[in-house]
Design a protein around this ligand. Structure first.
Ligand SMILES: C[S@@+](CC[C@H](N)C(=O)[O-])C[C@H]1O[C@@H](n2cnc3c(N)ncnc32)[C@H](O)[C@@H]1O
Length: 543
């Protein structure tokens, strides 16, 4: 039996490793290095070959006892091998579970301290999942930051690849002054708006210098506020807390001109279903959506189970005999009952009530729940007084109204409030500027004529077990932001239970928090698809 010293030096495992690196070695060579020496009658290479051959693919699960079964292997050698395997396994396990959660700017700074003394400007992006766990840290650009040169694609393309729920940007100022320049402000605005359109919000933009930093998130929230990105269960985003304009973008989907689409005519003196601001509403995509539905699906019944504004259902009523719509928000339910309900209502009565509401002046009435909480914030003091007064009046007169009339008046008030709200379109924040729209003017709604409609206000996964439809249109939320929190003012105005309100955005206790905005969305979605009794489902990733 040749001893290891009889093998030419270059072929001995240790020498081979040192000269050519680990990749040049076979598994048995690597094991030979761990074992170090052979036993009587077997050199270390042969011993290693025997072990690798005997356990093959099971090598990583070898136990000390398994090894003791091999002649010549004693406890010391067995422990050497099993410990080496356990050590590697331990590191792999740590790698898999070592999650970095980004809670606030301090967590960001500790991850990016290398940027502070860079001589050139860098822009670094942190890509996060829905739990704010770090998916990837990437340098997006090196050199002077310029709005004209930086394309949002560079930030958001990797974000879509990584399935990121949000991003945080960090930029260094080699000058030593961390205050944002005019260019920084322009870039933040551009990226924040792009993120909003993409549904991948920008949580923070941080500028670091050698000894200092500036966080847009902290600056906007103010020094006394909790600086954590997730507060009150809600993810803070720069779009939500920043005073940026509503993005002025055009949907570029190809327009398909077919005359079977129901596009509501503009009626100056009436409110139409789509005349509201609502995140994720499909009004602008409706032609495209129905061109696909009409091509790919057939049947008599249609269910819009995350209906939002209800614009998809409105068009569905023109193509399907039976339509079902559902959303768990109180305000959406009231709007559906108003627009789609088939109960009786008196047009003259509604017109006259609204006319009388339009003759109310803020100066003539007392402060009320709505004006005390929202006046001078989400609405002008005057408008808030009028809105609160009218809502109280609708409630007091409930017995003189049919259910349909009751919901019609509430819907008119909701649309009017949305139109004059001092916000970017939702109620996570209000503009801090002096001027607020003070032109309260209520219009009646323009109801939609329907054959057979069922209106629900339920959690979708509960409803899914009870319904049946040929086509089910699924349009759940796409990120961690809860609709019930975004539209809390409309919810409070609808329920009129005058809850205690909390925080800067004056929100009530959480209600209707959707699992589709949480980490378990995937499981909920799988459950939903299992429960649904239908022939056709849309792919919510596409529409
Ligand atoms: C993307 S929006 C739907 C937009 C709608 N297709 C439109 O065109 O207006 C998602 C809607 O799902 C509702 N929602 C979220 N989770 C829900 C749940 N678990 N049950 C019922 N509705 C839910 C939200 O209130 C929101 O209105």
């Amino acid at each position: 039996m040749p001893k290891i010293k009889d093998i030419p030096k270059i072929d001995r495992p240790r020498e081979k490793f040192l000269q050519k690196g680990s990749d040049a070695l076979s598994k048995s060579d690597l094991l030979a290095i761990i074992l170090g020496s052979g036993i009587k009658g077997k050199n270390v290479r042969q011993l290693s070959e025997n072990i690798i051959k005997k356990f093959g693919k099971n090598f990583l699960n070898i136990t000390v006892d398994d090894l003791l079964g091999i002649s010549g292997i004693g406890q010391a050698k067995a422990l050497q091998i099993v410990s080496a395997i356990s050590l590697v396994k331990r590191f792999y396990a740590d790698e898999k579970t070592s999650e970095i959660i980004i809670k606030n700017s301090q967590d960001v700074l500790s991850l990016t301290c290398d940027l502070r003394d860079k001589k050139k400007e860098h822009l670094v992006c942190l890509y996060l999942n829905a739990r704010n766990s770090l998916l990837k840290k990437e340098v997006v650009s090196v050199g002077l930051l310029d709005k004209a040169l930086l394309h949002p694609r560079e930030i958001f393309y990797p974000a879509t690849e990584l399935n990121a729920a949000s991003v945080i940007l960090i930029h260094n100022h080699p000058s030593g002054d961390s205050s944002p320049s005019e260019k920084d402000n322009q870039i933040v605005e551009k990226i924040v708006q792009a993120g909003e359109i993409m549904g991948i919000p920008v949580i923070d933009f941080i500028i670091v210098s050698e000894n200092d930093y500036f966080s847009f998130h902290e600056k906007i929230k103010g020094p006394s506020k909790n600086i954590d990105y997730v507060a009150d269960g809600i993810q803070g985003t720069l779009f939500a807390i920043f005073e940026v304009k509503k993005p002025d973008y055009e949907i570029t989907a190809e327009k398909i001109q077919e005359n079977y689409f129901y596009i509501p005519q503009v009626k100056e003196n009436y409110i139409q279903l789509h005349n509201r601001r609502y995140i994720g509403n499909k009004h602008k995509l409706i032609e495209w959506i129905f061109s696909i539905i009409n091509k790919e699906c057939s049947g008599n019944s249609f269910a819009d189970i995350f209906a939002g504004t209800g614009v998809v259902s409105a068009v569905a009523t023109k193509h399907f005999e039976k339509v079902l719509l559902n959303d768990f928000l109180h305000s959406n339910y009231a709007i559906y009952r108003a627009f789609f309900g088939n109960e009786a209502w008196d047009k003259n009565k509604i017109d006259n009530i609204i006319k009388s509401y339009n003759n109310i002046y803020g100066d003539d009435i007392e402060d009320n729940y709505f004006s005390k909480n929202f006046g001078g914030k989400f609405f002008s003091k005057n408008s808030a007084k009028i809105i609160g007064f009218i809502r109280e009046n609708i409630e007091e007169n409930k017995n003189n109204l049919t259910e349909r009339e009751y919901y019609m008046l509430i819907a008119s008030l909701l649309y009017t409030a949305d139109k004059i709200a001092n916000t970017v379109g939702h109620f996570d924040a209000y503009f801090k500027k002096e001027f607020v729209n003070d032109s309260f003017f209520m219009k009646p709604i323009d109801p939609i004529d329907v054959q057979e409609i069922s209106i629900f206000q339920e959690d979708t996964n509960v409803l899914a077990k009870k319904i049946k439809a040929d086509v089910v249109y699924i349009d759940p939320p796409y990120n961690s932001r809860q609709y019930s929190r975004f539209y809390h003012v409309l919810e409070t105005l609808t329920k009129w239970d005058k809850p205690k309100l909390y925080g800067v955005a004056l929100k009530p206790e959480p209600e209707n928090m959707s699992d589709y905005c949480r980490a378990n969305a995937k499981e909920k979605f799988a459950e939903l698809v299992r429960y649904l009794d239908t022939k056709f489902l849309n792919n919510p990733c596409l529409v």
